[in-house]
Write a protein that binds this ligand. Structure first.
Ligand code: ARG
Length: 276
């Protein structure tokens, strides 16, 4: 079964404010270059056996290209395909959510709406990662997603019998969980330990047989923000250290330049949502 994946073209992509520490001090976005990089990412996904689906970009929504954030996408025996719409921190990003919700609604996904308090933020797959066998969800909080958002999400998932493991993030350069934890298979994940509070790191060690540790430099260059697809690991950069860890997990690196998107604090993983 090929994996289906949702992306959004960077037609209106830009950096207009500093939502995270990567977003200041860069030269302006080169939108044509961004479009070429995005197309290369789509090709890399197709080359890795994925079917690429797209949502139309909307003018004025400069971050809409980061398709990992607007909804949490799930699958459950009883409910079937479902989404949980996000409660984004930034207003411009909140405006992206209805476009994604409509896209999923039109395709028959059940919408599980959570009644969030104002500061109970939840940012989709930026902070919510499925274990590869769909047995549980890892939920990062601290910078964008709030502890209260994770609690509300956890309560909604517990009604479906889906456990949620909450993880406290402490490195502002790893402001989303998808920058410091990347499941590779059911037993192994890439991790940047420095991004987690001590108790959260201990929690993670209970759930994975092998945690392959990235250095700070690798993590801050988004090498933990890769996409695992069909034996490939799509990554923006590669070090001999990362290559060796991937090899031990039977994965082949596929390097795709995402430099324009890194000016916005995102790379490969942030630009897609896997569909069940
Ligand atoms: N500029 C975007 C923001 O700060 C980047 C989002 C990155 N997405 C992710 N899943 N980590 O909201």
């Amino acid at each position: 079964m090929p994996k289906h994946v949702l992306l959004c073209a960077p037609t209106y992509f830009d950096v207009v404010d500093a939502k995270n520490p990567y977003m200041s001090g860069n030269p302006p976005v080169d939108r044509e270059k961004a479009m070429r990089q995005w197309q290369t990412l789509c090709s890399a996904l197709q080359q890795s056996g994925c079917v690429v689906e797209t949502i139309d970009p909307a003018p004025g929504l400069e971050d809409m290209v980061f398709a990992a954030n607007q909804v949490f996408v799930g699958w459950h025996d009883g409910v079937g395909k479902f989404i949980v719409p996000s409660h984004m921190v930034h207003t411009s990003r909140q405006r992206e959510v209805p476009f994604y919700v409509d896209w999923f609604r039109q395709r028959g996904y059940k919408i599980i709406d959570i009644d969030f308090a104002r500061d109970h933020h939840l940012e989709g797959h930026g902070d919510l990662l499925w274990h590869p066998d769909w047995s549980r969800v890892y939920a990062g909080f601290g910078f964008r997603t709030a502890r209260g958002g994770v609690e509300k999400f956890g309560a909604a998932m517990s009604e479906l019998g889906i456990p949620v493991v909450s993880l406290h993030l402490v490195d502002r350069y790893c402001y989303h969980l998808d920058t410091c934890l990347c499941p590779l298979n059911n037993d192994a994940a890439l991790i940047y330990p420095g991004a987690f509070a001590a108790e959260s790191l201990a929690t993670l060690r209970q759930f994975w047989q092998r945690l392959r540790e990235l250095t700070a430099d690798e993590a801050h260059k988004f090498m933990g923000n890769g996409i695992v697809a069909n034996g490939n690991y799509i990554t923006p950069y590669l070090t001999p250290h990362l290559e060796a860890m991937l090899k031990e997990e039977g994965l082949t690196p596929l390097v795709v330049d995402t430099s324009e998107f890194e000016k916005s604090g995102g790379s490969a993983f942030c630009m897609k949502a896997f569909l069940p």
